[in-house]
Design a binder for this molecule. Structure first.
Ligand SMILES: [Fe+2]
Ligand SMILES: [Fe+2]
Length: 154
């Protein structure tokens, strides 16, 4: 599979979890909210982390050879740092006895950060990659991405 298709499929899965977090912000069931935050944080620690590693170890280095490391790639990497911090914070929030208003605001900020990141990749970076990298290279990277495991990548 073309690595861009794989990564975009994963984006859609992550967006589904972000929608859940949004329901946490809007909802009034405190127990469900905490369980949901915990569950989403666990998912992100595993699945989002592996996704970020696929980009950092496979797609970005290949693309950097064509467009350089500055510009969009640097911006994406900086956002990965923020997303990892946000994921850690989400796990911490989920471990509390209850969520305060400011916790809910932090959840909202995190949702916005990750949605914005995905939007930039789907609509700016990945189209550049599709144009700059030959099809067989994108397929080969897809094969490597499928073989990458979190354990291996750590
Ligand atoms: Fe990314
Ligand atoms: Fe991504």
């Amino acid at each position: 599979m073309n690595i861009l298709e794989d990564l975009m499929n994963e984006h859609r899965t992550v967006l589904g979890r972000l929608n859940l977090l949004e329901e946490v912000e809007a909802g009034d069931d405190a127990t469900w909210a905490l369980e949901t935050v915990r569950g989403v944080a666990e998912f992100l620690e595993q699945d989002l982390e592996l996704h970020l590693q696929k980009e950092e170890k496979l797609l970005f280095p290949a693309l950097a050879q064509r467009i350089g490391e500055d510009g969009p790639i640097r911006v994406m990497l900086a956002e990965h740092v923020e997303m990892r911090e946000g994921t850690k914070e989400l796990g911490r929030l989920g471990g509390q006895p209850e969520l305060t208003e400011s916790d809910l605001a932090a959840v909202g900020d995190f949702v916005e950060l990750v949605r914005g990141h995905i939007d930039k990749e789907d609509h700016i970076l990945f189209p550049i990659a599709q144009r700059e990298l030959p099809g067989p290279v994108l397929e080969e990277l897809g094969g490597k991405a499928a073989a990458l495991t979190l354990e291996e990548a750590q």
